[in-house]
Write a protein that binds this ligand. Structure first.
Ligand code: HEC
Length: 203
């Protein structure tokens, strides 16, 4: 069952009030013991609720759930569709259409290794000094969260870099940013090897 924040808040307050009232029965509200006991009950109830919510969140954000698909998602075609209810674009994973990254299909274990390495490369090279990724980072350069789905890769960068695929075009762009610059602000050549860029693309 799914509980909203309002139900959780009301439930924790009601529980605190009921347990507190039972424990302080017969005491005057001006008695310091009355407040001490309510403080203890309130802290304990909130602690238990936060504990439960923490595990609930961890379960929902684990890999392999609806929110965080299995790493093998990189084997499939992914597009964007406008979600009228949410009011923004949502990624759509086409489970019936394979579009393997760099022409290779990855097992779950291989895909996971690729993603973890990509994340480490991105962290160690401080891409966030200029870019934003998943809500964190700077605004000097384009937001990378959805960069993969930018139509410019297909429309401009694949022909410009004479690549066959989007991932190949992205790697070429990043390895020779001066040659394919699309903006007045330039991304420096970070001197990262091609295989590491493949990790970055997977991530
Ligand atoms: C010194 C700032 C800086 C750093 C550090 C940097 N970038 Fe960039 N990046 C830029 C700028 C500026 C652009 C836009 C350049 C252009 O379009 O010609 C860009 C463009 C890109 C693009 C194309 C995005 C799009 O949608 O057009 C990708 C992908 C990218 N960077 C990845 C990375 C990765 C991965 C790293 C870390 C390994 C990184 N960048 C580090 C400044 C930076």
């Amino acid at each position: 069952m799914d509980f909203g924040w309002l139900e959780i808040t009301v439930a924790s307050l009601v529980l605190t009030a009921v347990i507190g009232a039972i424990w302080t029965r017969g005491r005057n509200w001006l008695d310091p013991v009355f407040w001490k006991r309510f403080a203890i009950v309130g802290s304990l109830v909130m602690f238990i609720f936060l504990w439960i919510l923490t595990f609930d969140t961890l379960a929902k954000t684990r890999i392999g759930t609806d929110r965080v698909p299995s790493p093998t998602v990189i084997n499939y075609k992914i597009t964007y569709k406008y979600d009228a209810d949410k009011g923004y674009y949502m990624p759509v994973i086409h489970k019936d259409e394979k579009e393997p990254l760099f022409g290779k299909e990855y097992t779950e274990e291989e895909a996971m290794k690729l993603l973890v390495k990509g994340k480490l490369v991105i962290q160690s090279r401080a891409c966030m000094d200029c870019h934003t990724l998943l809500g964190n980072g700077a605004y000097y350069a384009p937001d990378l969260t959805k960069a993969w789905l930018d139509p410019k890769w297909e429309k401009i960068m694949i022909p410009a870099t004479q690549s066959r695929t989007k991932e190949e075009a992205m790697v070429k762009f990043l390895m020779h940013p001066d040659k394919y610059a699309t903006w007045t602000r330039r991304i420096p050549n970070l001197g990262i090897t091609e295989s590491k860029y493949q990790n970055i693309k997977a991530f």
